[in-house]
Write a protein that binds this ligand. Structure first.
Ligand code: PMP
Ligand code: GLN
Length: 380
């Protein structure tokens, strides 16, 4: 049977490949991004309570109202944005669903979408399935900054959307005020929309402020901001995220969302609505992960890996060029099998497989896991 694949170039994601390889070889898994510790016990209780209370049927398509109100409240407190919880918030089945719904809602066949590389792996397949064209702009290396001159020259009359991600996976960099100004210059007076992937919004280090696009009303007016509870509450397996967008964009977004998943897990939404009231849990996340970053980097001082700057996310990029000139994909594989630690090769996040001889390590792990991993890595 000739299936005639709609995604002929897409294979199994690197996260699945590396986590499987790590499991097969009993390696410490610092590849796929997920915590190896538990969520807050109260959050687990809140989900059970919601289930016991009988909150087990379909949630409203847009999301549980109290959760949408909490999202709007948090957004106002942190970013000064006045968000209408009724018309501008949609709860989704993970940020992954939100990204797909956002791209599908606004991108037409033949449109161009600017993708900054390295790019999280779900963006390009979503663009391709909508028969649009990704236009790739590489970040600079080794500082992984956005080259806005290159973004400006990538813009054409067919540019529909620019996708941004800050704090950025896999590089661990974050947008600055200058980036925001450059984005404003490029988009003002155009119909270009922005998709801002802010799933690591609370994981930002060294006193920096998260440059949410929601801080900037002129830009927020053309932007769909995506976030994920999985990163904030150590619950990546619960798969709940959300999209905040102006009402006209939210209308279009919900047209897709309602037929993609219709609605999202009810008891978990109720639990998040409760736990969000405890501001210290999300406000304390930056400090929590900053300590992990610092611990991991200090442990790696005795190794031949060289850390690159990490200002946000729970990923640390490490230059391994002092060890080998193997391709990152090969080294990541060999390191898992021979040295017992799995990491992600970032070349897979470039359409041209660009290889800078760095690996991405996830430090959302217990101190013990990080110490065991660093001990093995220091021997390489
Ligand atoms: N965007 C980025 C940059 C991510 O790292 C992730 C985490 N995998 C997602 C989106 C998807 O988030 P979720 O697990 O909520 O679907
Ligand atoms: N966001 C996680 C990472 O970057 C994993 C995503 C996934 O497994 N799809 O590692």
């Amino acid at each position: 049977m000739d299936i005639n694949s709609k995604l002929p170039d897409v294979g199994i994601t690197i996260f699945t490949i590396m986590s499987k390889l790590a499991a097969e070889h009993k390696a410490i898994n610092l590849s796929q991004g997920f915590p190896d510790f538990s969520p807050h016990p109260d959050l687990v209780d809140l989900v059970s309570d919601a289930m016991r209370k009988g909150l087990n049927q379909y949630a409203p398509m847009q999301g549980v109202p109290e959760l949408r109100r909490q999202i709007a409240r948090k957004t106002a407190e942190l970013y000064g944005a006045k968000i209408d919880a009724e018309k501008e918030v949609t709860v989704t089945s993970g940020a992954t669903e939100a990204l797909f719904a956002a791209i599908s809602a606004v991108v037409h066949a033949g449109d161009e979408v600017i993708v900054i590389e390295p790019a999280f792996d779900s963006y390009v397949p979503a663009i391709a399935l909508n028969q649009a064209l990704p236009v790739f702009v590489p970040m600079t290396f080794p500082d992984y900054a956005i080259d806005w001159n290159r973004v400006a020259s990538a813009v054409t009359g067919r540019t529909r959307l620019i996708i941004l991600n800050s704090p950025h996976n896999p590089t661990g960099t974050t947008l600055t005020g200058e980036d925001i100004s450059a984005l404003r210059d490029i988009t003002s007076g155009t119909d270009i929309l922005v998709l801002s992937d802010e799933v690591y919004e609370h994981i930002i280090f060294d006193g920096r402020r998260h440059e949410s696009l929601l801080r900037h009303p002129d830009l927020a007016g053309r932007t769909m901001v995506i976030s994920s509870f999985g990163k904030t509450y150590h619950t990546t397996g619960w798969k709940i995220g959300y999209c905040v967008a102006p009402s006209r964009l939210t209308e279009e977004f919900q047209k897709v969302h309602q037929f993609l998943t219709f609605a999202t897990n009810t008891p978990v939404q109720h639990a998040y609505a409760h736990i969000m009231k405890r501001r210290e849990l999300y406000l304390g996340l930056a400090e929590f992960y900053q300590q992990k970053r610092d611990h991991f980097v200090a442990l790696m001082k005795g190794s031949r890996f060289k850390p690159l700057p990490c200002t946000g996310t729970y990923f640390q990029m490490m230059d391994y060029s002092a060890i080998t000139d193997e391709a990152d994909v090969d080294f990541a594989r060999r390191m898992t099998i021979e040295h017992g630690v799995a990491a992600i090769p970032p070349s897979v996040f470039y359409h041209d497989g660009r290889d800078h001889k760095v690996l991405r390590f996830c430090f959302a792990k217990s101190d013990q896991t990080l110490e065991q991993a660093a001990e093995l890595l220091c021997r390489i």
